[in-house]
Design a protein. Structure first.
Length: 227
């Protein structure tokens, strides 16, 4: 069981309760956990849960006003309090939880760039603070400057089939600041789906990500997508 994982600014973690009551399974209601997960909603099958990156499964039981607008396969940052264990045949870590906050994370696929789309995709600098892979998801923690415009962030590749035999697939992390001012330092978490890099007959695809940084610096990251 993970404890308080403060991986982002405290400002995005709201709604903590201060009660010292204990639920039937011995969990204190003033404890909270934070982590990333994927929404799984299927009304026809009666499935409504959040599968966390550490394989815990959460079943929202309280504060469902935060849950109503969530859609299937949304990538989210969850702040939650455990209310009790959910029994299951595999004895997996499954819990009934109260949602303290639910923040949607940008989650998109890899974009194939063309000359016609070059201007709209942008080439403004961005700072990569952290990166990690979870399953088919490549995650970045980013910093940039702005204040008045919605920025666009994409992971792009040149058109054509994936061919890892000729070396790693080259990807670019591209940022379009929409001519925003540099009024405030901003941060974001973004997630990209690597599924389009699968190659039939293989079990992994090597890749290299580059990004234009500030002060003329270039970010480079070489990794391997295992599937």
């Amino acid at each position: 069981m993970k404890k308080l994982v403060f991986i982002l600014m405290l400002a995005i973690m709201s709604g903590f309760m201060t009660s010292c009551d204990m639920d039937d399974d011995g969990y204190s209601l003033d404890n909270a956990w934070v982590g990333f997960g994927l929404i799984q909603k299927d009304p026809t099958a009666g499935v409504n849960k959040i599968v966390m990156d550490d394989n815990e499964v959460l079943f929202p039981y309280a504060n469902d006003c935060l849950w109503q607008d969530a859609k299937n396969n949304d990538r989210v940052l969850v702040n939650f309090t455990i209310l009790g264990n959910k029994e299951n045949a595999n004895h997996d870590e499954q819990y009934y939880v109260r949602l303290n906050s639910l923040r949607k994370i940008l989650y998109k696929g890899i974009f194939e760039i063309t000359p016609a789309k070059e201007d709209s995709i942008g080439h403004d600098p961005i700072q990569v603070e952290d990166k990690w892979i979870k399953g088919n998801m490549l995650n970045f923690e980013l910093k940039y400057f702005g204040g008045e415009q919605v920025h666009f962030i994409n992971l792009v590749k040149q058109p054509g089939a994936v061919n890892p035999d000729n070396g790693p697939v080259v990807l670019e992390l591209r940022h379009n600041n929409k001519k925003d001012n540099d009024q405030f330092p901003l941060s974001a978490i973004v997630t990209f789906d690597l599924s389009s890099l699968k190659v039939a007959g293989r079990t992994s695809t090597p890749f290299k990500v580059t990004a234009k940084g500030f002060d003329g610096k270039t970010f480079e990251y070489t990794g391997e997508y295992k599937y």
